[in-house]
Structure formats: structure tokens, C-alpha cells
Design a protein around this ligand. Structure first.
Ligand code: PHB
Length: 394
């Protein structure tokens, strides 16, 4: 068995864990990051694509990504489409902010590269099993490395940024699930295809046939989703059927078609762990919360957690001041529940529930009209989509 010591042990090399280790290193705080996946798996898993302005700012100002503004694309608005008509919501005019289309795996490539270039102790292929002694000054992560050897990491603080199936979570909530939970009776069928963009901005379309999202990746690759049954087998559709399902949900736009080279089904869940902190162990990112993807909040919320936690860890570990870490759950939960509401609201406003009645359909159109025909409605959506202000750095 190998025993190592560090100041902060971070379980999970997703955007939250890697950015946290980067910011801690800048503050002179050493950490070890472990993840059971390989570098290739981390850098190629297809996830969400929209970054809030505040997320872009922190990635850039901390030196974590130099490519986000050059490879990424700034988007100044989205379109809500219903009853076949498009309604654009302009972000800068109501919030002064924009969002960036820059896929999560690109963020991860940047973060892995910068952490390795700076000599970070990043151990991949290492599977965490559990966390012990959470309520002492020396919590420990028990893990197994790629060769099957036991690895014990003793730290002054442990962070669970290990996703929705977190193994750190039980040490914090005292149960594997331990949270507020909601499931939805639909999922998204996602595709990646080789085609030119069908629209310059994202289209969120509510139609009698169900929801569709027309997103992009770059000039030659596009990402699109349509509402489907959560139990559907992704292989059961022909390409022709997929294009038909997408096209009927965006009346008014002729989609540019091309070979579909990736397909997946994304389940919809809302989750917030009952506790985010126990002793010297904290949960961030998907380990702490999950949102349905309609509001594009998942990764942004994880980054917001990092900003709050990093500041608290600096106070704790450099100044022996525990006030910010004690306040961490309340501070983080304020934003988490706003994002939970926004993600639930976008989801329920845009999708067609399997048991929806005619009343429900007409009420939904009334709801969409209340948003697009009101400055206050559009402003709320734009504020939430581009991201509420983050705590100031420093
Ligand atoms: C994506 O491009 O993958 C994407 C964009 C916006 C969302 C969700 C996913 O709300």
C-alpha cells in the first residue's frame, strides 16, 4: 500500500476538480487530483456546450484556458420557438453579458494540459473507494491505483468532485443518494453530425411533437437534441428517422443534414445533496447537484461552486479562518437552488409531458408568450441563462 500526504485531496478530474486544483496551486496550496478515467476518456466524453460569461472570465483570468475566446464562439442570444414562430432573446442589451459555445471536453483539454504543464500531481486510472475520518483534521481518501495497489491519501481537506455517482458523497450525507430528487418523464436524444450550422444561434423549440434544441459545435459539426422516451434504445433509429424527428419539431427552419456520427440518450434529473459539507469534506459539481440540461447550467454551476470553495479553503488553510468554509453550504446553495429552479422552469415550459392535456398545452403557450412579450420576462431568462453574478475573486 502507498501512503501520500497533501493539503487538499480532490476526487474527480472533471471541470470542477481540475479548476479547483489550478486555483489552489495559484494560491500556493498543494493538492492531489485522482480520477478513475484515463486522460483520453476525460478529454473525449461529449457533454454540454454553453459557458456563462463568468465561467469564461475565470477560465481566462486564471490562465486555465487560452483557447476559450478563440476556439469558442460568443453567443449574444437564443431563440425560443413555439407555434412555428421564433422569438429572439438578446442577452447583452438586458444583462450586459453573453455566453460562449465551448464544449466541456475542450475545457477539460485546457485544464489537463495546464495542470500537467505546471507539474500537478494528477493521478488518472485511480479509483476512489471511500473517505474516512471526515470529521477530523486529517480526512483520508482510500483508493486503488491502476495496478490494483491500495493508495491512501491523507489530507487537510477532501473535495468530492466525482460526478453524480460520487463515492465521496456518503462521507458527507451518510447515504449513497441522500438528497432532494426529481425525475422527468422524458429524456433527450442527442446527435452529433457533420453538416454546416442550421442556425447562427441556439434554437429552443417547443412544438406539438415535443421539444428540440438546435445547437452547434463549429462550421462542420453540429449538435442537436430532441425530446424522447427515457427508455428508448439509441440504436433503434435510422438516420432518416432521426432527421425526421428533429425536423418536425422545428417548423420554419430547414435543417442542414449530414452523416450522424454519434448518438446518445440523456436522462433528466434534478438532484441536490442534503448536505454539502461534513467536517473537512465538501461536495461540489455533479456530486452535489444535478440539473436537467435545458438551461445549460450544469458545468457553470460546478465552476461557481469552485469559486466559493476555493476562497473558503484559502481562508481555512492559509489563515486558519473557518468562517467561510462553515458558510460554504449556504453560500453555494443560494445559487444552486436558483439554478435548479431555472433548469426545471426551462424544462417544463418547453417540453411536452406524456400526460399533457389540451389545457396544459394552451397554458404552456401562454407561459411562453408571457416571457417573450415582456421585458421583465425576457430579462429574467437572460439573467439566469448568462449567469447570476459570481462572488468577486480575491
Ligand atoms: C449543447 O450544445 O450541448 C447544449 C447547449 C445548450 C443546452 C444544452 C446543451 O441547454
Amino acid at each position: 500500500m502507498t501512503r501520500i500526504r497533501t493539503r487538499v485531496a480532490i476526487v474527480g478530474a472533471g471541470p470542477a476538480g481540475l479548476l479547483l486544483s489550478h486555483l489552489l496551486a495559484k494560491a500556493g496550496i498543494e493538492s492531489v487530483v485522482i480520477d478513475q478515467r484515463t486522460r483520453e476518456e476525460i478529454e473525449t466524453t461529449i457533454r454540454a456546450g454553453i459557458l456563462e460569461q463568468g465561467t469564461v472570465d475565470i477560465l481566462e483570468s486564471s490562465g486555465a484556458s487560452t483557447r476559450v475566446r478563440t476556439v469558442g464562439n460568443r453567443h449574444d442570444g437564443i431563440e425560443l420557438r413555439f407555434e412555428g414562430e421564433g422569438h429572439r432573446i438578446d442577452f447583452p442589451s438586458v444583462t450586459g453579458r453573453a455566453v460562449w459555445l465551448y464544449p466541456q471536453h475542450e475545457v477539460l483539454k485546457d485544464l489537463v494540459a495546464v495542470r500537467l504543464a505546471e507539474g500537478q500531481d494528477l493521478r488518472l486510472g485511480v479509483t476512489a473507494e471511500r473517505v474516512e475520518d471526515a470529521e477530523t483534521d486529517h480526512p483520508r481518501v482510500i483508493a486503488v491505483d491502476a495496478d490494483g495497489q491500495l493508495l491512501e491519501i491523507e489530507a487537510e481537506f477532501v473535495v468530492g468532485s466525482d460526478g453524480s455517482r460520487s463515492v465521496v458523497r456518503p462521507a458527507v450525507t451518510e447515504s449513497a443518494t441522500g438528497g432532494y430528487f426529481r425525475e422527468y418523464p422524458f429524456a433527450w436524444f442527442g446527435i452529433l453530425c457533420e453538416a454546416p450550422p442550421s442556425s447562427k444561434e441556439l434554437i429552443y423549440s417547443n412544438s406539438a411533437n415535443g421539444f428540440a434544441l438546435i445547437s452547434q459545435r463549429n462550421a462542420t459539426v453540429q449538435r442537436m437534441y430532441f425530446q424522447c422516451d427515457p427508455e428508448v434504445d439509441p440504436a433503434s433509429y435510422s438516420e432518416e428517422q432521426l432527421w425526421h424527428e428533429l425536423q418536425v419539431r422545428v417548423p420554419g427552419t430547414t435543417l442542414n443534414q449530414g452523416p450522424i456520427f454519434q448518438r446518445d440518450v440523456l436522462r433528466f434529473r434534478s438532484f441536490v445533496a442534503h448536505e454539502l459539507l461534513r467536517g473537512r469534506v465538501a461536495l461540489i459539481g455533479d456530486a452535489a447537484h444535478t440539473v436537467p440540461p435545458t438551461g445549460a447550467k450544469g458545468m457553470n454551476l460546478a465552476i461557481a461552486d469552485v469559486i466559493v470553495l476555493e476562497r473558503a479553503l484559502r481562508a481555512l488553510l492559509l489563515e486558519n479562518d473557518a468562517r467561510l468554509i462553515e458558510a460554504f453550504p449556504e453560500t453555494a446553495l443560494n445559487r444552486i437552488w436558483k439554478a435548479q429552479h431555472f433548469s426545471w422552469w426551462m424544462t417544463s415550459m418547453l417540453h411536452v409531458a406524456p400526460d399533457a392535456t389540451d389545457f396544459d398545452r394552451k397554458r404552456q403557450i401562454g407561459e411562453l408568450r408571457s416571457v417573450v412579450e415582456s421585458e421583465a420576462g425576457k430579462t429574467y431568462l437572460a439573467e439566469a441563462y448568462t449567469g447570476w453574478p459570481l462572488p468577486q475573486a480575491g
